[in-house]
Design a protein around this ligand. Structure first.
Ligand code: ADP
Length: 213
Protein backbone atom coordinates (compact mmCIF):
# COMPACT_ATOMS: atom_id res chain seq x y z
CA UNK A 1 0.00 0.00 0.00
CA UNK A 2 1.38 3.43 -0.89
CA UNK A 3 0.49 6.26 1.46
CA UNK A 4 1.45 9.81 0.58
CA UNK A 5 2.62 11.52 3.71
CA UNK A 6 3.14 14.86 1.96
CA UNK A 7 -0.28 16.47 1.65
CA UNK A 8 -1.49 18.41 -1.37
CA UNK A 9 -3.09 21.86 -1.16
CA UNK A 10 -6.65 20.55 -1.07
CA UNK A 11 -5.84 18.04 1.64
CA UNK A 12 -4.24 20.83 3.71
CA UNK A 13 -7.44 22.88 3.26
CA UNK A 14 -9.62 19.96 4.37
CA UNK A 15 -7.43 19.48 7.41
CA UNK A 16 -7.80 23.16 8.35
CA UNK A 17 -11.60 22.99 7.93
CA UNK A 18 -11.85 19.92 10.16
CA UNK A 19 -9.50 21.50 12.71
CA UNK A 20 -11.72 24.61 12.90
CA UNK A 21 -15.15 22.96 12.59
CA UNK A 22 -14.87 19.30 13.55
CA UNK A 23 -16.75 17.12 13.99
CA UNK A 24 -17.97 17.90 10.51
CA UNK A 25 -19.58 15.72 7.86
CA UNK A 26 -18.06 15.12 4.43
CA UNK A 27 -21.04 16.92 2.96
CA UNK A 28 -20.30 20.09 4.93
CA UNK A 29 -16.60 20.00 4.10
CA UNK A 30 -17.54 19.73 0.41
CA UNK A 31 -19.92 22.73 0.76
CA UNK A 32 -17.19 24.88 2.26
CA UNK A 33 -14.88 24.06 -0.63
CA UNK A 34 -17.58 24.35 -3.29
CA UNK A 35 -16.86 20.81 -4.39
CA UNK A 36 -18.95 17.67 -4.54
CA UNK A 37 -18.72 14.98 -1.86
CA UNK A 38 -17.56 12.53 -4.55
CA UNK A 39 -14.62 14.76 -5.51
CA UNK A 40 -13.48 14.89 -1.92
CA UNK A 41 -13.81 11.18 -1.23
CA UNK A 42 -10.23 10.16 -2.22
CA UNK A 43 -8.71 13.02 -0.17
CA UNK A 44 -10.78 12.11 2.89
CA UNK A 45 -9.78 8.48 2.48
CA UNK A 46 -6.07 9.40 2.36
CA UNK A 47 -6.30 11.72 5.36
CA UNK A 48 -8.14 9.05 7.36
CA UNK A 49 -5.82 6.24 6.31
CA UNK A 50 -2.72 8.29 7.10
CA UNK A 51 -4.14 9.05 10.58
CA UNK A 52 -4.66 12.84 10.32
CA UNK A 53 -8.45 12.47 10.53
CA UNK A 54 -10.77 10.06 12.24
CA UNK A 55 -14.18 9.26 10.76
CA UNK A 56 -17.12 8.41 13.02
CA UNK A 57 -20.31 7.14 11.35
CA UNK A 58 -23.22 9.61 11.50
CA UNK A 59 -21.05 12.17 13.34
CA UNK A 60 -18.38 13.19 10.88
CA UNK A 61 -14.66 13.82 10.73
CA UNK A 62 -12.45 14.69 13.71
CA UNK A 63 -8.92 16.07 13.65
CA UNK A 64 -6.66 13.60 15.52
CA UNK A 65 -4.15 16.31 16.42
CA UNK A 66 -1.22 14.22 15.28
CA UNK A 67 1.63 15.80 13.34
CA UNK A 68 3.27 14.19 10.33
CA UNK A 69 6.27 13.06 12.39
CA UNK A 70 4.06 11.57 15.15
CA UNK A 71 2.16 9.62 12.50
CA UNK A 72 5.44 8.45 11.01
CA UNK A 73 6.63 7.30 14.45
CA UNK A 74 3.34 5.42 14.99
CA UNK A 75 3.77 3.75 11.62
CA UNK A 76 7.41 2.74 12.18
CA UNK A 77 6.55 1.20 15.56
CA UNK A 78 3.97 -0.98 13.81
CA UNK A 79 6.51 -2.50 11.39
CA UNK A 80 6.62 -6.20 12.15
CA UNK A 81 9.40 -8.71 11.73
CA UNK A 82 7.19 -10.93 9.54
CA UNK A 83 6.89 -8.25 6.84
CA UNK A 84 10.66 -7.88 6.37
CA UNK A 85 12.11 -11.31 7.22
CA UNK A 86 14.44 -13.48 5.12
CA UNK A 87 14.72 -17.24 4.77
CA UNK A 88 16.93 -18.79 7.47
CA UNK A 89 19.95 -20.91 6.58
CA UNK A 90 20.55 -23.73 9.04
CA UNK A 91 23.27 -26.36 9.48
CA UNK A 92 23.33 -29.43 11.66
CA UNK A 93 25.48 -29.20 14.79
CA UNK A 94 27.61 -32.11 13.62
CA UNK A 95 28.78 -30.52 10.34
CA UNK A 96 32.41 -29.43 10.15
CA UNK A 97 33.64 -25.85 10.29
CA UNK A 98 34.83 -26.36 6.70
CA UNK A 99 31.32 -27.30 5.52
CA UNK A 100 29.80 -24.38 7.43
CA UNK A 101 32.19 -21.99 5.65
CA UNK A 102 31.14 -23.48 2.29
CA UNK A 103 27.45 -23.11 3.21
CA UNK A 104 27.98 -19.49 4.21
CA UNK A 105 29.51 -18.72 0.79
CA UNK A 106 27.02 -20.77 -1.22
CA UNK A 107 23.96 -19.37 0.54
CA UNK A 108 25.44 -15.86 0.61
CA UNK A 109 24.54 -15.13 4.25
CA UNK A 110 26.53 -13.77 7.18
CA UNK A 111 24.92 -15.83 9.94
CA UNK A 112 24.09 -19.53 10.11
CA UNK A 113 21.73 -21.08 12.64
CA UNK A 114 22.72 -24.43 14.09
CA UNK A 115 20.14 -27.14 14.80
CA UNK A 116 20.19 -30.58 16.43
CA UNK A 117 18.88 -33.84 14.96
CA UNK A 118 15.34 -32.90 15.96
CA UNK A 119 15.62 -29.53 14.13
CA UNK A 120 15.66 -27.56 17.40
CA UNK A 121 17.82 -24.42 17.54
CA UNK A 122 21.06 -25.01 19.48
CA UNK A 123 23.49 -22.37 18.22
CA UNK A 124 24.50 -19.44 16.03
CA UNK A 125 27.56 -19.09 13.79
CA UNK A 126 28.80 -15.73 12.55
CA UNK A 127 31.49 -14.93 10.01
CA UNK A 128 33.97 -14.09 12.76
CA UNK A 129 33.25 -17.36 14.61
CA UNK A 130 34.34 -19.22 11.47
CA UNK A 131 37.31 -16.93 10.83
CA UNK A 132 38.48 -17.39 14.42
CA UNK A 133 38.29 -21.16 14.07
CA UNK A 134 40.31 -20.90 10.84
CA UNK A 135 43.16 -19.00 12.49
CA UNK A 136 44.53 -21.99 14.35
CA UNK A 137 46.37 -24.86 12.78
CA UNK A 138 43.41 -27.22 13.30
CA UNK A 139 42.01 -29.42 10.57
CA UNK A 140 38.78 -27.55 9.67
CA UNK A 141 37.26 -30.74 8.32
CA UNK A 142 37.44 -32.43 11.70
CA UNK A 143 36.08 -29.70 14.00
CA UNK A 144 32.28 -29.83 14.37
CA UNK A 145 30.55 -26.45 14.52
CA UNK A 146 29.05 -27.15 17.94
CA UNK A 147 32.55 -26.65 19.42
CA UNK A 148 32.82 -23.05 18.21
CA UNK A 149 29.22 -21.77 17.94
CA UNK A 150 27.46 -19.41 20.35
CA UNK A 151 25.07 -21.77 22.09
CA UNK A 152 21.76 -21.85 23.93
CA UNK A 153 20.74 -20.29 26.26
CA UNK A 154 22.84 -17.32 25.07
CA UNK A 155 21.00 -16.86 21.79
CA UNK A 156 19.03 -13.69 21.19
CA UNK A 157 15.83 -14.55 19.32
CA UNK A 158 12.58 -12.95 18.21
CA UNK A 159 9.04 -13.87 17.17
CA UNK A 160 7.49 -13.01 13.82
CA UNK A 161 4.96 -10.69 15.50
CA UNK A 162 7.70 -8.66 17.22
CA UNK A 163 8.24 -5.10 16.12
CA UNK A 164 11.15 -4.37 13.81
CA UNK A 165 12.27 -1.55 16.09
CA UNK A 166 12.60 -3.94 19.06
CA UNK A 167 14.75 -6.20 16.88
CA UNK A 168 16.89 -3.24 15.79
CA UNK A 169 17.39 -2.34 19.47
CA UNK A 170 18.48 -5.90 20.29
CA UNK A 171 20.95 -5.94 17.37
CA UNK A 172 22.54 -2.72 18.62
CA UNK A 173 22.51 -3.71 22.28
CA UNK A 174 24.06 -7.16 21.70
CA UNK A 175 26.33 -5.97 18.87
CA UNK A 176 25.19 -8.71 16.51
CA UNK A 177 24.07 -8.80 12.87
CA UNK A 178 21.10 -11.17 12.86
CA UNK A 179 18.39 -12.82 14.95
CA UNK A 180 16.67 -16.12 14.34
CA UNK A 181 12.87 -15.83 14.17
CA UNK A 182 11.59 -18.74 16.20
CA UNK A 183 8.48 -20.57 17.30
CA UNK A 184 8.02 -23.06 20.14
CA UNK A 185 7.05 -26.55 19.14
CA UNK A 186 6.89 -29.84 21.03
CA UNK A 187 10.38 -30.57 19.65
CA UNK A 188 11.84 -27.38 21.09
CA UNK A 189 12.60 -23.99 19.61
CA UNK A 190 12.33 -24.09 15.83
CA UNK A 191 13.83 -21.52 13.43
CA UNK A 192 11.25 -20.16 10.99
CA UNK A 193 13.04 -17.07 9.68
CA UNK A 194 15.96 -14.69 9.84
CA UNK A 195 16.09 -10.95 10.40
CA UNK A 196 19.28 -9.01 9.76
CA UNK A 197 20.67 -5.50 9.56
CA UNK A 198 20.04 -5.70 5.80
CA UNK A 199 16.30 -6.27 6.34
CA UNK A 200 16.18 -3.25 8.61
CA UNK A 201 18.05 -1.14 6.03
CA UNK A 202 15.44 -2.23 3.45
CA UNK A 203 12.64 -1.12 5.77
CA UNK A 204 14.30 2.29 6.03
CA UNK A 205 14.46 2.61 2.23
CA UNK A 206 10.81 1.52 1.90
CA UNK A 207 9.91 4.22 4.42
CA UNK A 208 11.73 6.88 2.42
CA UNK A 209 9.95 5.68 -0.73
CA UNK A 210 6.59 5.88 1.11
CA UNK A 211 5.97 2.19 0.51
CA UNK A 212 4.57 1.77 3.99
CA UNK A 213 3.28 -1.75 4.53
P1 ADP B 1 30.48 -11.09 13.12
O1 ADP B 1 31.11 -12.12 13.97
O2 ADP B 1 30.60 -11.38 11.66
O3 ADP B 1 30.84 -9.70 13.50
P2 ADP B 1 28.02 -10.88 14.67
O4 ADP B 1 28.33 -9.49 15.13
O5 ADP B 1 26.61 -11.19 14.29
O6 ADP B 1 28.89 -11.24 13.39
O7 ADP B 1 28.47 -11.93 15.79
C1 ADP B 1 29.26 -11.62 16.89
C2 ADP B 1 29.19 -12.76 17.90
O8 ADP B 1 27.86 -12.87 18.42
C3 ADP B 1 29.53 -14.13 17.33
O9 ADP B 1 30.31 -14.85 18.26
C4 ADP B 1 28.17 -14.81 17.13
O10 ADP B 1 28.21 -16.22 17.34
C5 ADP B 1 27.33 -14.16 18.18
N1 ADP B 1 25.93 -14.01 17.72
C6 ADP B 1 25.51 -13.67 16.49
N2 ADP B 1 24.16 -13.64 16.43
C7 ADP B 1 23.72 -13.97 17.66
C8 ADP B 1 22.43 -14.13 18.26
N3 ADP B 1 21.30 -13.92 17.58
N4 ADP B 1 22.36 -14.50 19.56
C9 ADP B 1 23.50 -14.71 20.27
N5 ADP B 1 24.74 -14.58 19.78
C10 ADP B 1 24.86 -14.22 18.49
Amino acid sequence: MVITIELNKRQEKILQIVKDNGPITGEHIADKLNLTRATLRPDLAILTMAGYLEARPRVGYFYTGKTGSQLLTDKVKKFQVKDYQSIPVVVNESVSVYDAICTMFLEDVGTLFVVDEGAALVGVLSRKDLLRASLGKQELNSIPVNIIMTRMPNITMCLKEDSLIDVARKLIEKQIDALPIVKETERGIEVIGRITKTNITKALVALADDELV
